[in-house]
Design a protein. Structure first.
Length: 70
Protein backbone atom coordinates (compact mmCIF):
# COMPACT_ATOMS: atom_id res chain seq x y z
CA UNK A 1 0.00 0.00 0.00
CA UNK A 2 2.81 2.44 0.83
CA UNK A 3 4.51 1.71 -2.49
CA UNK A 4 1.29 2.40 -4.38
CA UNK A 5 0.91 5.74 -2.60
CA UNK A 6 4.52 6.71 -3.36
CA UNK A 7 4.05 5.80 -7.01
CA UNK A 8 0.92 7.93 -7.16
CA UNK A 9 2.72 10.93 -5.60
CA UNK A 10 5.63 10.68 -8.07
CA UNK A 11 3.29 11.38 -10.97
CA UNK A 12 1.86 14.56 -9.43
CA UNK A 13 2.55 18.02 -10.78
CA UNK A 14 2.35 21.43 -9.14
CA UNK A 15 -0.99 21.93 -10.89
CA UNK A 16 -2.36 18.93 -8.97
CA UNK A 17 -1.71 20.48 -5.55
CA UNK A 18 -1.87 24.24 -6.08
CA UNK A 19 -4.74 26.41 -4.94
CA UNK A 20 -7.16 27.21 -7.74
CA UNK A 21 -7.94 30.69 -6.42
CA UNK A 22 -5.38 33.02 -4.92
CA UNK A 23 -6.21 35.68 -2.38
CA UNK A 24 -4.22 38.82 -3.06
CA UNK A 25 -4.32 42.47 -2.14
CA UNK A 26 -3.65 45.63 -4.20
CA UNK A 27 -0.83 47.89 -3.02
CA UNK A 28 -3.42 50.58 -2.23
CA UNK A 29 -5.12 48.41 0.42
CA UNK A 30 -4.88 49.34 4.07
CA UNK A 31 -2.78 47.58 6.69
CA UNK A 32 -6.06 46.64 8.38
CA UNK A 33 -7.25 44.86 5.24
CA UNK A 34 -3.98 42.96 4.96
CA UNK A 35 -4.13 41.95 8.62
CA UNK A 36 -7.73 40.82 8.33
CA UNK A 37 -6.99 38.53 5.38
CA UNK A 38 -3.84 37.12 6.95
CA UNK A 39 -5.61 36.35 10.23
CA UNK A 40 -9.12 35.40 9.10
CA UNK A 41 -8.23 33.51 5.93
CA UNK A 42 -4.91 32.17 7.27
CA UNK A 43 -3.00 33.36 4.19
CA UNK A 44 0.68 33.85 4.95
CA UNK A 45 2.36 35.33 3.06
CA UNK A 46 -0.21 37.38 1.20
CA UNK A 47 0.53 38.29 -2.44
CA UNK A 48 0.39 42.00 -3.26
CA UNK A 49 -0.53 43.26 -6.72
CA UNK A 50 -0.42 46.48 -8.74
CA UNK A 51 -2.77 46.72 -11.72
CA UNK A 52 -3.35 42.96 -11.51
CA UNK A 53 0.35 42.04 -11.57
CA UNK A 54 2.26 40.52 -8.70
CA UNK A 55 4.69 42.96 -7.05
CA UNK A 56 5.48 41.35 -3.71
CA UNK A 57 4.40 39.61 -0.54
CA UNK A 58 3.41 40.73 2.91
CA UNK A 59 3.80 38.25 5.74
CA UNK A 60 2.26 38.09 9.18
CA UNK A 61 5.70 38.74 10.64
CA UNK A 62 6.40 41.84 8.53
CA UNK A 63 2.92 43.18 9.27
CA UNK A 64 3.42 42.81 13.03
CA UNK A 65 6.87 44.37 12.80
CA UNK A 66 5.44 47.45 11.03
CA UNK A 67 2.53 47.75 13.47
CA UNK A 68 4.94 47.73 16.41
CA UNK A 69 6.92 50.64 14.90
CA UNK A 70 3.96 53.05 15.16
Amino acid sequence: EDEALRAQKRGRTVRDVMAKTVLCLPVEASIEEAGSIIVNKNVDPLPVTREGKWVGLISRRSLIRKLLQF
